[in-house]
Design a binder for this molecule. Structure first.
Ligand code: DHK
Length: 150
């Protein structure tokens, strides 16, 4: 059984499409999930969102045994959560940190990411399409690290 790629989304991303569309675009999180499933093809994925830091930590811990790779948009927790960083340190597979916007071109409080300390790679500023590119990159990394899909 192929282990899924976990795609985890942080706070306020449930409002994607309505939330500051001039910054985050008009695509909804359901649109983003649909795009990821098309890109993943026969590679299983788990696509989840929570506004709760505890829930995200629990999902990362679940991923330690259940997932082949982890794509995470921690949203605002990127810049505040040592607990999420500590959880990610336990994940044995590749980690892609993803942001819809280019956080480095935004307000200074969005410039220091704790997650980047452990992430294998970072995608930022490509809009919602960044998710599909992250899925494609993760499948390639899994092919290399596991001699094909898990
Ligand atoms: C999403 C958020 O919610 C913000 O807190 C981050 C990130 C940026 C994004 O670009 O996906 O600053």
């Amino acid at each position: 059984m192929r282990k899924p790629i976990f795609i985890l989304n942080g706070p306020n991303l449930n409002r994607l499409g309505k939330r500051e569309p001039e910054i985050y675009g008009t695509a909804t999180l359901a649109d983003v999930e649909a795009g990821c499933r098309v890109e993943a093809q026969d590679q299983p994925i788990e696509f989840r969102q929570s506004n709760s830091e505890t829930q995200i930590i629990d999902w990362i811990q679940e991923a330690i045994d259940q997932a082949s790779g982890l794509i995470i948009n921690p949203a605002a927790y990127t810049f505040t959560s040592l607990a999420i960083l500590d959880a990610l340190k336990m994940f044995p597979g590749p980690i892609i940190e993803l942001h819809i916007t280019n956080i480095h071109r935004r307000e200074a409080y969005y410039h220091h990411s704790y997650v980047s300390k452990i992430a294998t790679a970072v995608i930022a500023g490509l809009g919602p399409n960044g998710y599909c590119l992250a899925v494609r990159a993760m499948k390639d990394m899994l092919k290399q690290t596991q001699g094909g899909l898990a």
